[in-house]
Ligand binder design. Structure first.
Ligand SMILES: NC(=O)c1ccc[n+]([C@@H]2O[C@H](COP(=O)([O-])OP(=O)(O)OC[C@H]3O[C@@H](n4cnc5c(N)ncnc54)[C@H](O)[C@@H]3O)[C@@H](O)[C@H]2O)c1
Length: 270
């Protein structure tokens, strides 16, 4: 897609990858970019830096009504949305003890609401107008964990797999109506998300191929959007990992167990 002159929304735009995406969209000549975040102060700071083509809107993406209001606010301020970037995310790990079922239900629900339902709400709010106009794009930030796994984070991995499944459905169902979908799937990225987690500042297993900066990920995302690519892999290694997984799933699981042991995750207990 051509980004110049377009109107975009970026959720989770107050920090990390979202802030880098908003900055990059403005640099590509976007007409307007809404920086939406649960943290309204961060959204405000990012938008202020970007000038009058950016607008901050506080928004909790896990609440459908707030997504509807975000879309209305964007459209009344800038006009119809060309690109909705569902990027907000929460690192939702297992509890210490690292059993795959140890995270409390509230954490599972949060991961489901932010990583999956928020994408559904955005599609539900934007699709009717986009279909009527015959064009519109979604960039959904998933993760390599949605293709592979996040060791030590069952709620994160599971809901990122679901996010990819929803992106597939959007792309299959609505392509012929002019809708384009991209799924951004990085491994480790140096952002407050990983910096805030104890012992994760090198990304843990997700950082084994090196941590990218948020700007590098935004650069890949923009290239992928312009090329009309569905799967955007800022870490090129991920393409090979998916091939290995598809070719021999049991062997791939064995490799992941070995990786888990290599990072000294203990014998899992509740
Ligand atoms: N950092 C990584 O290593 C990495 C790797 C792969 C994928 N991702 C994904 O990239 C996306 C961006 O993460 P990041 O690394 O930039 O982290 P980040 O913590 O820097 O940014 C996430 C932003 O999302 C916002 N947010 C959280 N819950 C929200 C909600 N309910 N409503 C609105 N905003 C909300 C936070 O306030 C924050 O500003 C996430 O979806 C994350 O899962 C990150």
């Amino acid at each position: 897609m051509e980004l110049s002159g377009k109107i975009a929304v970026v959720t989770g735009g107050g920090s990390g990858i979202g802030a880098a995406l908003a900055k990059r969209l403005i640099a590509e000549g976007a007409k307007g970019v809404v920086v939406a975040d649960l943290n309204g102060e961060n959204a405000e700071a990012v938008a202020k830096n970007l000038g009058d083509k950016a607008l901050a809107v506080p928004c909790d993406v896990s609440d459908e009504q707030q997504i509807i209001s975000l879309v209305e606010r964007t459209e009344s301020h800038f006009g119809p949305i060309d690109l909705f970037c569902s990027n907000a995310g929460v690192l939702t790990l297992d509890d210490p003890g690292w059993s795959a079922a140890s995270a409390p239900n509230e954490r599972w629900q949060l991961a489901w609401d932010v990583h999956v339902m928020a994408h559904v709400y955005a599609a539900r709010a934007c699709l009717p107008g986009m279909i009527e106009r015959g064009s519109g794009s979604f960039l959904n930030t998933v993760s390599a964990a949605g293709l592979l796994n996040q060791i030590g984070g069952a709620p994160y991995s599971t809901t990122k797999h679901a996010a990819l499944g929803f992106a597939d459905s959007l792309a299959i169902t609505h392509h012929d109506q002019g809708i384009r979908v991209s799924a951004l799937c990085p491994q480790g990225v140096q952002t407050p998300m990983v910096e805030s987690a104890a012992g994760m500042d090198d990304g843990g297993p997700a950082g084994m191929d090196g941590m990218l900066t948020a700007d590098q990920v935004a650069e890949s995302a923009i290239k992928g959007l312009i090329a009309g690519q569905f799967l955007i892999l800022p870490h090129v290694e991920v393409a090979d990992y998916i091939k290995h997984k598809a070719a021999n799933y049991d062997r791939w699981l064995g490799g992941m167990r070995k990786l888990r042991r290599g990072y000294n995750f203990p014998e899992p207990t509740f």
